[in-house]
Design a protein around this ligand. Structure first.
Ligand code: SF4
Length: 309
């Protein structure tokens, strides 16, 4: 076997909690969704970005059509149901529209975007995707329903631009959902009502899906969370609920140091132990350890970037 296909050697911490208990894990059961990390370059530099993305950032490389093509075909062979894309800002990648043309020829696609300048500048190209064989939907980040609070993180003008992006994509006929941040002590119905009112003011559909995320902290953060043992996974979760963890039914492909690698999910690409190999087939064999601090959000809050899980 080609050496670059192999998974990395793993530390004891992958297998055991500090107390010496067997670490909780997920055994992937099928590949329903394949994510592509399009690269950590972004036009914005938000301090809370879980990918640490910013202009010209190259922690993870910008993908090209030829990088993703083999994975699209392998995923289709494995029965994938959807392709999803995240960044950075996916529309910073020159090949993004070509990639969506190819992917949507095979399966429905979801694109996570900040909806600002890179999208607004490429609307004419994006319009060419209107008649794709399978639908393409977008998820745009509006962190808070309050302009000042959103712009404090993303930069002045980004709130208005993101709402323009939602409106323009909606007018082109693409389904759009909104990603929002979630405060630990929030009154969820009240926060959601504020979003609906915002959408009404901007003449966009008030019933758009809202997807809430806790603070995942920037890449490489050393966050202390409770450790998840094998026992925790069976005491607090059932076989069915374990099947809803993203790493049970999806994978994410990234370009790291010029090579395409498959990671366990969208939340752990800052830890090389979650590199599950160079092919999807190989990655589906690997048990995924609950070692990363973000695993605790999945365990305790059911956090997920997926819309199909
Ligand atoms: S962050 Fe969540 S989806 Fe990712 S490996 Fe951990 S438990 Fe699985």
């Amino acid at each position: 076997m080609d050496v670059i296909c192999r998974q990395p050697a793993r530390s004891e911490a992958w297998y055991q909690t500090p107390a010496g208990d067997p670490r909780g894990y997920i055994q992937p059961h099928m590949l329903r969704e394949l994510w592509f990390m399009t690269g950590t370059a972004c036009n914005l530099s938000c301090p809370f970005c879980l990918e640490g993305s910013k202009p010209a950032d190259d922690r993870l490389g910008l993908v090209k059509l030829q990088d993703v093509e083999p994975f699209i075909h392998e995923a289709v062979d494995l029965g994938v149901e959807q392709f999803s894309f995240t960044g950075g800002e996916p529309f910073v990648a020159k090949d993004m529209v070509k990639i969506l043309q190819l992917a949507s020829d095979h399966r429905p696609c979801l694109v996570l975007t900040n909806g600002t300048e890179p999208v607004l500048k490429r609307l004419k190209q994006i319009e060419t995707l209107q008649n794709s064989k399978h639908p393409i939907s977008f998820r745009i980040s509006i962190d808070w329903p309050d302009q000042e609070k959103h712009d404090a993180g993303r930069g002045e003008g980004s709130f208005d631009q993101a709402l323009q992006g939602i409106s323009a994509l909606h007018k082109l006929g693409f389904p759009v959902s909104v990603a929002r941040q979630m405060a630990a002590d929030e009154d969820t119905p009240a926060v959601e009502a504020e979003y609906r009112e915002l959408f009404r003011r901007y003449h966009i559909p008030t019933d758009m899906r809202l997807v809430a995320f806790p603070d995942f902290h920037p890449p490489g953060s050393h966050i202390t969370t409770p450790h998840i043992s094998e026992d925790c996974m069976t005491s607090y979760h059932t076989a069915e609920s374990r099947g809803h963890f993203m790493c049970a039914f999806s994978k994410m492909v990234v370009k790291s140091e010029g090579k395409m690698r498959v990671y366990a999910c969208t939340l752990v690409d800052d830890d090389p132990e979650y590199d599950l190999g160079g092919t999807l087939r190989e990655s589906m064999e690997a048990r995924v350890s609950m070692k990363h601090h973000r695993c605790f959000s999945c365990f305790s809050l059911g956090s997920s970037c997926s819309e199909i899980g």
